[in-house]
Design a protein around this ligand. Sequence first.
Ligand code: EPZ
Length: 433
Amino acid sequence: MTATSAVSQEILNPHLCIEGRRRLQGVLKVSGAKNSALVLMTAGLLTDETVELTNVPNLTDISGMGRILSALGVEVHHSGDSVVLNAANLTSHEPPYELVNSLRASFFCIGSLLGRLGQARVPLPGGCRIGARPVVEHIRGLKALGALVSVEHGIVTASVKGSRKRLTGAPIVLDCPSVGATETLLMAAVLADGTTTIENAAQEPEVQDLANLLSQMGADISGAGGPVITIQGVERLHGVRNYPVIPDRIEAGTFLLAAAITRSPIRVEPVTPEHLSAVLQKLRDCGCQLEIDHRGISITPGDIQAVDITTQPFPGFPTDLQAPFMALMTTAKGTSVISEKIYENRLQHVAELQRMGASIRVEGSTAIVEGVSQLSSAPVTGSDLRAAAAMVLAGLAANGTTKVSGLKHLDRGYDNVEEKLNAVGANLKRQQS
Ligand code: EPZ
């Protein structure tokens, strides 16, 4: 890049200009789940046959995962909402550092590489703004399955002894119900010799989606979605055609909150309601009426009252909707206590909301939000994917035009968010400087 273009890159600060206080109406369309599609793509490494995923969201993280898998020798074809993978001719067991470092989910391929090849060298995923993001549980579990694992110079090297290079099934008890560890160990165990049990497993819908795909590939798994998952190792896995990724529950929750914060009646679809039970309860508690059917949810916001939330592993209130929900609480009647129990540093959106007139006090990992009658527009930045979403919601409600930067975060998790919101009456414009 020349000096001039480097400077212009510096000056170019892509942002969304959001006109506030517009009423929304119509249907907000939900894409496939980012946090499912990414891990389902790594499961493609477990077979030499073709795996086709559909309802895949159009996100920068999906393209990034495609590049990582291609670097391992996987044939990747991505067109529309379909991703077709073929890992018959793997050429490497070491995804490149510069690609892994920016995409945490790629670390989970250590499980599928070990299961398929009996070896893997994967860079440690970097921490990020919201926390240290350790992978202790993943490594402990892989060792329990008989892998030799060492961590040196930021690289995790794992291998399996013996000519067959097969892991050995074992009982595993997780210290914490880590989503990524549960997914990594599921993928490592499906081709292991014997039986594996994962206790204190994560119960998130994305874990269930992975178990469903692996079962359709020929794996023998029971209990996924509950606290104990049992896997009987099998000899090999086969391909799958046209496997649909589940709807993104976090995008759906974000859209329901967009309706609530603008006091607009909106329909959100497709949604799997049981993937959002805790969030739907809090929306009812704070004054929204919900009509739920098997395809989606229609929300009619009332007079929004403050409610308390504490983030928990599924089926509790999801940490990924903590920031968007806080945006709603800034204009609720009363005081809301919001406790973040999953990550050590996921309250950075508080300062940005305060710039828009929100009245929030932070004590440790708890935010006390005093509802105000009106937010006012300001230039703000989203510091992580969901904080950026929270700022978009605040901009929809604020007086004036809000400028939200940090779109590289937003575009990682929301597929064409301005097109979808503008289709129901919002006015968001993406600008470069
Ligand atoms: C997944 O991350 C999601 N990402 C995250 O979504 C989500 O916030 C998180 O699950 C929790 O629901 C993907 O699926 C790609 P964890 P993951 O391991 O697997 C601690 C978003 O915005 N922990 O369940 O990394 C850890 O520090 C992203 O879409 C350990 O202590 O989450 C964290 O505090 C953000 N030791 C908590 O558990 C370990 O060995 C949750 O981590 C592993 C984790």
